[in-house]
Design a protein around this ligand. Sequence first.
Ligand SMILES: [Zn+2]
Length: 294
Amino acid sequence: MGCGLRLAHPTGRALRDLWEPGRVTGFPRALLRVLVRSGRSVRCPDPRDLAVLSPEEKARARRFREPRRAAAYAAAHAAARRCLGERLGSPAGEIHFGRRPCPGCGKPDHGRPVVDWPRTSWESSLSRSGPHWLFAAADGVRIGVDIERVRPVSLNTLSSAVLSEAERDYLADIEPYLRQAAFIRCWTRKEAVVKASGIGIEAILSQIDVQPWEPRAVVEHRVAGCPTVTWAIRDLPAGPGYSASLALPAEAQPLLDFGRDRGAPSPTDIAVAQEATQWRPPPPVRVRTARPTP
Ligand SMILES: [Zn+2]
């Protein structure tokens, strides 16, 4: 053993062992691998995305009037399929999604989305805002993500419905120009929790205290039929002008995996395509031509 710095886990194992799952034994708790995928769609639906959607998803994509909205929908759902498909050893296009009944009212049409086939203990969550999408999946635990564009909202109208008293105090204390972004960050944190618990839009958001002054929050949120009561929330990197959050059971020790899935469009290609679609040819220069001489 050399005299260099050796990073060690409190149990005495080298940090290196954490990254070789086959060698990890005897840790107090296993790390939970959380797959996180995000992206931005281009102006028109990518045929590679449409190819892996279910017939229902393809029909939904066709119903969008604007091609860029169809592209955003197709890109997000195709990405979710690719990520789960690779994990579950199933072609992306053959995964069946369904829903669990809503824990609030029991109706089957707006509960938590789940994978019905292949049978799996993997849970996942998908969110979209404009051209941006965010997806996360983990095995055996409830998970929720949300991404929102930071946009002007009426704080006077929405604060009392959405924010807790402590959150309203926080917004009142910070510089006015930061309040919209702080509000949206609270919103994404709350949405991530209610998506994970399965109650969704029926939750009373002002009762979920997401501690926006903390880089990571631990919150209590109890929903019938959900085994998790205490949730850990963290903000995720999002595009400029966007806010994103992830919620997981508080006892989980997540290892976030921001990898890429087979068949997914390359982020570099997307950036280049974005630039190309924003490029406009310069207006034609009008040249006064001399009248032909008779
Ligand atoms: Zn309901």
